[in-house]
Design a protein around this ligand. Structure first.
Ligand SMILES: CC(C)(COP(=O)(O)OP(=O)(O)OC[C@H]1O[C@@H](n2cnc3c(N)ncnc32)[C@H](O)[C@@H]1OP(=O)(O)O)[C@@H](O)C(=O)NCCC(=O)NCCS
Length: 402
């Protein structure tokens, strides 16, 4: 569904001149005597090189995804990318992404060239996106924001002022690795990954329609992958399964009422192609894990997001092995020997369980300054608030902004 493009009017213009060294929103600061012309306009494919040249002195600790996703973002009808210019020169970039089938918006991937930071360019882009949002019909219901725990603390005053409430946190580990340090899985380890099944988009439709299971796997009925909290709706599946993203599941023992069913389920593993439907195993799912790969300046960044049913982590090892196996494949296929790995999980999984597996497979080096939690904020907009688990959660939230 194209929820965004049809709503954007041709309203781009020079937003005004900002005084060098003055913070603040463009709307309040136009007409500077310094004479630098600041503007925000839609990004184009031709802006790619200029956007990549925006030097912020390391983006996301070297894990930036924009180079990999830029053209895909621009082609996605639910994304609206903008550049900020100073005297026509590209100085900033950001993306407004509408997801949750038109209900939620996130403003993401911001960057402003070092030479032009703290002049209000990000605020100008944010204002521009707010204007785009205000023109949308039907209106989005919430604006969201993802960040790390350290940034959540640093900018808590701003988030609170803007009406964001913390909804959800997730543990996060960030490691770097060297390909040659990671051993291949042994035959018995490989065997154990055979019960870790690859999901198709159709399987995920079944999963999302099983609300009991959804509630057991996903707090707030939301998957928090790639720094976005996706609600469990069909329209989000394209962001969860695509050429860069896979989902795996394991299930508890399935009642053996039909041996034929069991056969079908058991042969539906990650190594067998074409896949058979996992539909019958889905109600018995005990753990789901998602893998996502992007390249950042030629270096692979692999993300593992783990979702377990409450206190059930018996399948953790098998999932981790499956992802180590994926990592070995990635190492074989890309030229870079070095890479980064991010693992996110609920707090009923002890860090040590994940770290032990990583260490066992030669992944020892934690990346500093990445934060230790991902934090999800939401700002409900206007009168369109509907009853949802999110609202119940808001009342009981013990987030730092409360
Ligand atoms: C973050 C960044 C885009 C801000 O750009 P900028 O043009 O210097 O920002 P502005 O001058 O418009 O100021 C933006 C405001 O957001 C605040 N801010 C800066 N970084 C922020 C963050 N990560 N989260 C929330 N608020 C932030 C600033 O303190 C400032 O507050 P103020 O309006 O009260 O003064 C820029 O510093 C940058 O490129 N940083 C490196 C990349 C990065 O961290 N991007 C964020 C990922 S979404």
């Amino acid at each position: 569904m194209n929820v965004l493009r049809q709503n954007i009017t041709n309203r781009y213009r020079t937003l005004g001149s900002l005084p060098i060294g003055v913070h603040g929103r463009a709307a309040n600061t136009s007409g500077s005597s310094y004479g630098k012309k600041f503007a925000v306009r839609p990004a184009t494919h031709d802006d790619f090189a200029a956007v990549m040249a925006i030097d912020v002195n390391q983006m996301y600790q070297g894990r930036d995804y924009l180079q990999d996703c830029y053209h895909r973002f621009l082609d996605d009808p639910n994304m609206h990318a903008v550049v900020a210019t100073v005297d026509e020169q590209t100085a900033g970039f950001g993306v407004l992404h509408i997801f949750d089938e038109g209900e939620s918006a996130i403003k993401r991937a911001f960057r402003v060239h070092q030479d032009f930071q703290k002049l209000g360019l990000m605020n100008m882009m944010l204002d521009d996106m707010d204007e785009t949002l205000s023109e949308m019909q039907p209106p989005v219901k919430r604006v969201t924001h993802a960040t790390t725990d350290d940034n959540a603390l640093r900018y808590q005053k701003r988030y609170k002022q803007e009406g964001y409430a913390e909804i959800f946190r997730k543990r996060m580990l960030n490691y770097s690795y060297r390909g040659q340090d990671i051993p291949a899985l042994s035959p018995s380890e490989l065997e154990s990954t055979k019960s870790v099944r690859l999901l198709t988009s159709n399987d995920v439709i079944h999963l999302f329609s099983n609300k009991t299971l959804v509630d057991r796997l996903f707090p707030n009925r939301m998957l928090f992958n790639t720094f976005v909290g996706f609600k469990t709706v069909q329209g989000n599946i394209k962001y969860l399964i695509n050429s860069s993203a896979v989902m795996f599941m394991t299930s508890q023992s399935i009642p053996t009422s039909s041996s034929k069913d069991m056969e079908a389920i058991q042969t539906s593993n990650a190594q067998d192609q074409p896949m058979q439907s996992n539909e019958k195993a889905i109600p018995y799912m005990d753990m789901l894990s998602c893998g996502h790969l992007h390249m950042s300046e030629g270096v692979p960044v692999y993300e593992i997001n783990i979702y377990n049913t409450p206190s059930n982590i018996s399948s953790l090892n098998r999932h981790m092995l499956q992802h180590i196996h994926m990592l070995k494949k990635i190492i074989r296929e890309v030229t870079s020997n070095n890479g980064m790995l991010m693992v996110t999980f609920h707090d009923d999984i002890a860090d040590k369980l994940i770290i032990d597996v990583l260490n066992k497979y030669g992944i020892h080096e934690e990346i500093p300054d990445c934060g230790s939690e991902l934090v999800w904020f939401e700002q409900e907009l206007g009168e369109n608030i509907r009853e949802s688990p999110i609202l119940e959660r808001l009342d009981s939230s013990v987030g730092i902004l409360k």
